[in-house]
Design a binder for this molecule. Structure first.
Ligand SMILES: C[S@@+](CC[C@H](N)C(=O)[O-])C[C@H]1O[C@@H](n2cnc3c(N)ncnc32)[C@H](O)[C@@H]1O
Length: 311
């Protein structure tokens, strides 16, 4: 590290320390002086290495899919109920968070390849921010899911991603956890082919990670054997009736004790579908399984992930 870099690093540390009160400062001093921060630093570096695998995979997928990462074989329709019911073709844009993180989106905007705004009246400055949606989970969310939210040891567990799309959750489970079995069920064939290609290209152990091309409603067997089930919001992919059916199906087949991870609270999802009362006693909300790792994350950013167990 050059002298300039060292000065810059110290200056950044001082910026952070200057915002702390005496109690917080004492706590940080102890953490540094006891050298326990070294162990945390090693863990942080390991996480960065695992995250790099996912970044490389994302870059490989970018070359396989259109920029908007939606297939011509898909029928993606803005929902008519819920917190995304205001989305439409004019005010909404899909930018896949697994493929493009916040820094990459900024770079696209700077290079004029992506716009965050749309014009309300041509040639005027009367513009409005686009609603940005993502059909995939981001690397950061996946890291948080497997390194903070879920229990650490998943070795003899089966992880199931419902609607695995480009495979983001599957690769997250593969590189961020020790899950013994990782299954994705996806109804779109083109998406399944992308996942298969990535699994092969990155020489992943296909005894450990598998993709099934199917409607989840036809695979009660995999739902019954899942120990952890991950469900990203399905609103853009299913109509209200099918969405309700899916939740009745999970209620019927998920076994007691199964972990359920969602990126919207179940109270909201079931509330929008007008079926919350029927499901009230089905799930319990859980505390994160690896609270000691919260230190590696900006908790506010991850507040959209929810962990439940089936009662
Ligand atoms: C929001 S994306 C989630 C992608 C991925 N799980 C993630 O979080 O990165 C939802 C996916 O579910 C798939 N899907 C919707 N309904 C399904 C069903 N009944 N069976 C299987 N896949 C389904 C869609 O094709 C879409 O790719």
């Amino acid at each position: 590290m050059s002298n300039d870099n060292l000065i810059y690093a110290k200056s950044r540390i001082l910026d952070i320390l200057s915002e702390l009160d005496d109690f917080e400062l004492d706590n940080i001093s102890q953490w540094m002086c006891s050298h326990s921060y070294r162990k945390d630093l090693e863990e942080k570096k390991c996480m960065n290495i695992s995250e790099k695998y996912l970044k490389d995979i994302g870059n490989t997928i970018k070359a396989m899919v259109p920029f908007e990462a939606e297939m011509s074989s898909e029928n993606i329709v803005p929902p008519t109920i819920g917190d995304q019911a205001d989305c439409n073709a004019i005010n909404t844009c899909h930018i896949d968070e697994f493929l493009y993180d916040e820094d990459e989106v900024c770079e696209l905007v700077t290079n004029g390849k992506f716009n965050r705004h749309y014009c309300l009246e041509c040639n005027s400055r009367n513009t409005k921010e686009l609603i940005l949606i993502s059909h995939s989970m981001s690397r950061k969310s996946l890291l948080y899911m497997f390194r903070v939210l879920l229990p650490k040891d998943l070795e003899d567990k089966q992880v199931l991603d419902v609607g695995s799309r480009l495979g983001a959750v599957l690769y997250g489970a593969y590189y961020f956890s020790n899950a013994g079995s990782i299954l994705g069920v996806e109804m779109n064939k083109d998406c399944c082919e992308i996942q298969e290609r990535i699994i092969t290209q990155y020489s992943m152990d296909n005894n450990r990670i598998k993709v099934i091309h199917s409607d989840i409603l036809k695979r009660s067997d995999v739902v019954q054997s899942a120990d952890v089930i991950i469900i990203n919001v399905l609103d853009f992919f299913v109509d209200i009736e099918i969405h309700k059916q899916i939740w009745y199906f999970f209620k019927k087949y998920l076994k007691k004790g199964t972990y359920l991870v969602c990126n919207r609270s179940m109270a909201d999802t079931l509330g929008y579908l007008d079926m919350f009362e029927e499901f009230m006693n089905w799930l319990s909300i859980c505390k994160p399984g690896q609270l000691e790792n919260e230190i590696f994350f900006d908790i506010d950013e991850q507040s959209e992930l929810f962990l439940y167990t089936v009662n």
